[in-house]
Design a protein around this ligand. Structure first.
Ligand SMILES: [Zn+2]
Length: 456
């Protein structure tokens, strides 16, 4: 954009590498060149460096030496939430940026950790290793949970590692996997925040903004920013409750705070802001329950076979069991008409899951996987609990599991709508904007060319 249209800046710091090229500036101001040509050199010098209004703006404009990407995740931001309430700041990004028409498609399972790590690695869960929020390594018996930071769990190369491997700075204000030491990334304290869900959202935004007050060479070229909402509210009340709008509005105010801070620093139009979610949300109510104990006449399913109940049913029988026989008997039961809601659950050997789910190529995935219909829940036995709320984790083909993608910045066309795409494409988009060679991944090499404007 034309620097003359930028707002006056609060920060007067300038490590403006373009300061000061008299040739380029005089070309913008022919009258100055004319005076300089006909008057003394001293007069030219005085006029050019002291009085020229163009010059004054240039010296105050903070310039980014490198492209910078801020990747924002709003957890559980189901596609459509942006229309549920007044979200002027999100809509400012939408209006002036590029969006996925019917939302961003999450990976299966549509859970928080697998999806966040797919977004930053470009890999499907079997390849990045985080195949569920909780799982057990079948060889060692070690258990992974959302607080596990040992590098052995986290495969692939996340963006922060790619960035620092290229000699740039990266910063993470929370993201699954960001606290894990990998390659040249050791989660440096100034640039990497240890997860603490009680940190107010605005503190997170303010810290991200503070990075833009650093000398140019210290400004991270890739920054993550994570909000737990509206996922938290969505689980409590479901996606259609009026209360969800409060959480959405809260996130929108944080987007506004970020935009304001970037504008005050004169960098909003130069920074790329990508806002995504990890998955959607669907209401779970109306007694949409399936009880595994109801399958007992066909095959008993002991609780120690079950590594995950719902919405992703994952079963690992002890060695010695014929897995295909177990699957066959479970499906016989479910299709018998004698198991309540049995028709809404189908069980597979993981190798026989639909290819589009990309959910078999890891020993960490138990050998038997059940796909349950949208909004249904699986329990071992009837707990007589009556609860309504929201859930995710279902087949990523369900529209309710979709989330948002908004890209705003120099390489995103204004007001452009592109077809929906899977979140494994985001890694290549970001390495393309930062202009670094990324690690190989499941995204398409040519995808960035389809969504980004060419650089000038
Ligand atoms: Zn989530």
């Amino acid at each position: 954009m034309d620097p003359a249209t930028k707002k006056p800046l609060i920060s007067q710091q300038s490590d403006n590498n373009s300061f000061q090229n008299p040739n380029s500036s005089s070309a913008r101001s022919p009258s100055i060149a004319l005076i300089a040509f006909s008057a003394s050199f001293a007069f030219f010098f005085f006029f050019f460096f002291v009085l020229s209004p163009v010059n004054q703006i240039d010296t105050s404009a903070r310039r980014l030496v490198n492209p910078v990407v801020i990747l924002i995740s709003s957890d559980g931001f189901r596609f459509g939430y942006q229309y549920k309430t007044h979200t002027p700041n999100i809509h400012r990004l939408i209006k002036n940026g590029t969006v996925a028409e019917l939302g961003l498609i999450p990976v299966f399972p549509t859970l928080t950790f697998p999806n966040h790590y797919s977004i930053v690695t470009g890999l499907y869960p079997p390849y990045h290793g985080i195949i569920n929020n909780y799982f057990t390594d079948p060889v060692s018996g070690d258990k992974f949970n959302m607080g596990s930071h040992e590098p052995k769990w986290w495969l692939g190369e996340p963006l922060w590692e790619t960035v620092v491997n290229h000699g740039f700075k990266a910063a993470t204000y929370f993201w699954p996997g960001s606290e894990v030491t990998k390659g040249n990334w050791d989660c440096p304290s100034y640039y990497c925040q240890s997860y603490n869900g009680s940190v107010p959202f605005q503190d997170r935004v303010d810290t991200v903004l503070s990075y833009f007050d650093l000398p140019s060479s210290e400004i991270p070229v890739f920054i993550t920013l994570y909000f737990e909402e509206p996922d938290h509210q969505g689980h409590q009340v479901g996606p259609d409750d009026p209360q969800i709008t409060q959480a959405v509005a809260h996130v929108d105010r944080m987007i506004g705070r970020l935009i304001d801070g970037l504008e005050q620093r004169g960098v909003f139009e130069d920074v790329t802001v990508i806002m995504v979610g990890d998955h959607g949300m669907v209401g779970t109510c109306d007694e949409k329950l399936i009880f595994l104990n109801d399958l007992a006449p066909w095959i008993p399913i002991p609780s120690d076979w079950v590594y995950s109940y719902t919405p992703l049913l994952a079963i690992r029988p002890p060695s010695g069991y014929d897995l295909a026989d177990v699957v066959g008997k479970m499906n016989d039961a479910l299709q018998s008409g004698k198991v309540d809601n049995g028709e809404y659950l189908k069980v597979y050997l993981k190798e026989e899951l639909p290819e589009r789910l990309h959910y078999s190529a890891s020993d960490r995935i138990p050998p038997i996987i059940g796909l349950v219909a949208e909004g249904y829940k699986i329990e071992l036995k009837n707990s007589k609990r009556q609860e309504c709320g929201g859930a995710h984790g279902y087949d990523n083909a369900y529209f309710s599991m979709r989330t948002i993608f908004i890209g705003h910045g120099p390489q995103f066309a204004r007001g452009r709508v592109v077809p929906s795409f899977e979140n494994v494409q985001i890694y290549n988009i970001i390495t393309s904007i930062i202009k670094i060679q990324g690690a190989s991944n499941n995204g398409t090499d040519s995808f960035p060319n389809s969504i980004l404007l060419p650089t000038l």
